[in-house]
Design a protein around this ligand. Structure first.
Ligand code: NAI
Ligand code: MG
Length: 355
């Protein structure tokens, strides 16, 4: 049996509530599978930790995490700690230092979820967005001169490297090879006349090695519209950091919203641990009330299973989530009246019934 060391960072707000529930589900999947076991160590790095120690994690935090194969994170951020402190003190250092250059988000309409789009049925939206996660428009390069004066000058640079662009695009093609052989790239080569023609060149050049894969390029504005008008037509979508950020939120919105959306920050070479976290934050408005939707965190657990090649286990878990939604066991954000615990219990019950 494979033992996989996983660092848990439950974080703030509803983070600890949903991480504990996801652990219960993953333990049940592990029992049923018999092929693996997650060996957890939990870290209390959070805004609470910050208030006590003046930092989000200890100075050797990254060094400690390096010994794990994955990081399973809830959410960080809670008043009165400013959001940029929690983000730059924990999440961003992990993503950058561990070279998690792929941010992956499934855009999949689960059975039992109604899309705000009138004409799609469950199963009809099923693709993934791959967002470049380390450079591009979010490169921390630029500056402000003569601040606050009428002569103020502001520059924000986007930085694209051939290395960084090639590797994320190649990752998208590799995913497509194991999926429906179709990659769509987000561009804007008319307006951004240096970075995006370069992105397109790299896309075409990497694509030459994948003649069997259908390759399409759309300007980001048109692509955003297609997410709404014909979401059924995508398989793998690859985008720069900023474009991917926007597309993934849109993808979440057409498939049921923030309470269920999962995400992964991946270092494909597995040289560093990858980090798995739901899309949502710490939801201070509902924290402590037992009504947070645990599905975002649980589905994130399925992405972690996939990362370790445990495909059948991941599929089983998603089936149990869908069955639960179809049974109408839902938290208030999905229009239901069940608690966090009810939903988890039902998912586990569904799994057990198939044992
Ligand atoms: P949020 O995602 O925490 O909440 C937005 C809205 O969605 C709220 O009304 C909340 O109640 C609802 N919601 C979120 N998750 C839910 C769930 N599982 N079940 C039911 N309802 C849910 O985003 P917001 O309010 O912008 O940020 C709150 C805090 O979380 C901030 O400190 C922010 O910095 C942090 N944050 C952290 C993230 C992370 O750790 N990756 C990501 C996004 C925000
Ligand atoms: Mg975003």
């Amino acid at each position: 049996m494979r033992i996989i060391p996983v660092a848990l960072i439950p974080g703030d707000g509803i983070g600890p509530e949903v991480v504990a529930e996801a652990q219960r589900v993953l333990d049940q999947v592990a029992r049923m599978s018999g092929r693996f076991r997650f060996q957890y160590r939990s870290f209390d790095w959070s805004c609470q930790y910050y208030l006590a120690h003046g930092k989000m994690m200890p100075d050797d935090g990254l060094k400690i995490l390096q010994d794990f194969e994955a990081i399973f994170l809830g959410a960080v951020g809670f008043p009165p700690v400013p959001d940029h402190v929690s983000l730059w003190g924990l999440l961003l250092p992990i993503r950058r230092e561990f070279d998690q250059y792929v941010n992956l988000r499934p855009v999949k309409l689960l059975r039992g979820i109604e899309s705000p789009l009138r004409e799609v049925a469950p199963g009809e939206i099923d693709f993934i967005v791959i967002r470049e996660n380390t450079e591009g428009e979010y490169s921390n390069s630029g500056g402000r001169l003569r601040q606050g004066t009428p002569q103020e000058v502001v520059v924000q640079n986007a930085v694209f490297t051939r290395y960084g662009t090639e590797r994320v695009i190649r990752y998208a093609f590799e995913r497509a090879v194991h999926s429906r052989q179709h990659v769509t790239s987000a561009t804007k080569s008319n307006g951004l006349n240096f970075s995006m023609p370069f992105w397109d060149e790299v896309f075409r050049s990497v694509g030459q090695a994948y003649p069997q894969v259908k390759q399409e390029l759309y300007h980001i504005d048109a692509l955003a519209a297609y997410f709404v008008t014909r979401p059924k037509s995508f398989d793998v979508v690859v985008a720069s950091n900023l474009f991917g950020d926007i597309l993934t939120d849109l993808g979440g919105a057409i498939t049921g919203g923030i309470g269920i959306a999962p995400s992964a920050n991946i270092n494909p070479e597995k040289r560093y641990p990858s980090m798995f976290e739901p899309v949502h934050g710490s939801a201070p408005d509902i924290a402590g009330r037992g009504i947070a939707n645990p599905i975002g965190q649980i589905w994130t657990g399925a992405l972690m299973l996939e990362h370790f090649g445990l495909m059948a286990e991941a599929e089983l878990l998603i089936d149990a989530i869908e069955a639960t939604l179809l049974d109408g066991v839902k938290t208030p954000d999905l229009g239901g009246r069940h608690t966090t615990r009810d939903v988890t219990d039902h998912i586990i019950q569904r799994l057990t019934a198939w044992e």
